[in-house]
Design a protein around this ligand. Sequence first.
Ligand SMILES: CC(C)(COP(=O)(O)OP(=O)(O)OC[C@H]1O[C@@H](n2cnc3c(N)ncnc32)[C@H](O)[C@@H]1OP(=O)(O)O)[C@@H](O)C(=O)NCCC(=O)NCCS
Length: 393
Amino acid sequence: MTQVVNVKNTGLRGVTVADTKISFIDADKGVLIYRGYRIEELAERSTFIEVAYLLLNGSLPGPAELQKFEKQVTAVREVPPYVYSCMKELPKGAKPMDVLQACVPVLAMADPELAEESREANVRMAIRLIARTAVVVAAWHRIRNGLEPLASDPALSHAANFLWLLHGKKPDEETARDLDVCLILHADHTFNASTFACREVVSTRAHMYAGIAAGIGALSGSLHGGANAEVMKMLLELESEKDIPGWVKARLDKGDRIMGMGHAVYKTIDPRARFLKDMAFRIGKKTGQNRWHDLSTQIERAGLEEFKKRGKTEIQPNVDFFSAPVYHMMGIPRDLMTPIFAISRTAGWCSHIIEEKFAEAQEKPALYRPQAEYVGQYCGLMGCEYSPPEERK
Ligand SMILES: CC(C)(COP(=O)(O)OP(=O)(O)OC[C@H]1O[C@@H](n2cnc3c(N)ncnc32)[C@H](O)[C@@H]1OP(=O)(O)O)[C@@H](O)C(=O)NCCC(=O)NCCS
């Protein structure tokens, strides 16, 4: 008999809905761990592709395994040409997140293993998705600008290849490495809204692509992945603002949110934000664009001060607060910031989908099926009497 636990209207805060072996957050200490490794350690020493392997397989690869995995990802970068034909039919003003979400089932249609239910086949599907979501985002940027998508360069890393496909110019090593680190930092984050959406969808035995499309939809919202684009909008609006503390106060007085601050889990600064803040400073110095780091830091300082006065000391910068200026300084358009989050998170989503499908952290797979309390119109068990439209008052 299922025990009924009442957690209504809490957005499931504080409710543990499953076990996972993939990632862990210490909300009070601001720690994020992937498969046992601290995020800082991975960001400093690993690569996005190695982290994707770690997330999917549970342990770091040996040299031969890593080389094989890198080759596998590189080999499946090219998307079937019909995907580009479909993309060329879309309105040029379509939002990149909508295009990416729409292209995932389009990619599914060409996946030869879609109906395969083994773990191995799902890992191969994950590899195709990790490789191709990046290609689709970059291709859309070219198509909407009237340009032909470029062919991937097998000599380039995942991040470097993405920048090449986007800008048509090979990035310098430092920029490619910085983007790779951003991808590492965004790759997984326990049971956030989009990951939960992926897991919920595949708990019905839907395929991996159906789960990923749901995850992209959930990530697009401004309270989740969409926040980085909103942060950039705020920075651009505040470029010539002289009174940042006054602006922050007025915004909070109106009941509006400071985008990029606060988190549903962390009660302190998000560890990814700490890392990205330093990166923003370094890139700003290197490229002569220090103003974005300076402005972000002013907003952060004023926000912390104002939140403290309101007894909300736990509201601190999250991952989006400093990733936005970092991407901006890399020449990435504002509306591609959330899609970049998505191409990184695809690694985490696929890992969670596999964990969910194959019950790797629990006894057996279970279909998610919460309940809701009906608080609408009720005329008893016989139901209300239907009357034709002309007889209704
Ligand atoms: C992420 C977020 C939704 C998490 O918040 P949460 O834990 O679910 O809590 P709530 O949304 O219920 O907010 C709790 C309180 O803090 C306030 N708050 C939270 N984040 C805030 C922010 N960034 N700016 C202003 N107020 C904020 C809320 O207004 C609410 O105030 P109230 O209790 O007086 O109504 C929230 O912090 C937010 O909206 N941040 C901005 C968007 C963002 O950066 N999202 C990316 C997250 S990685």
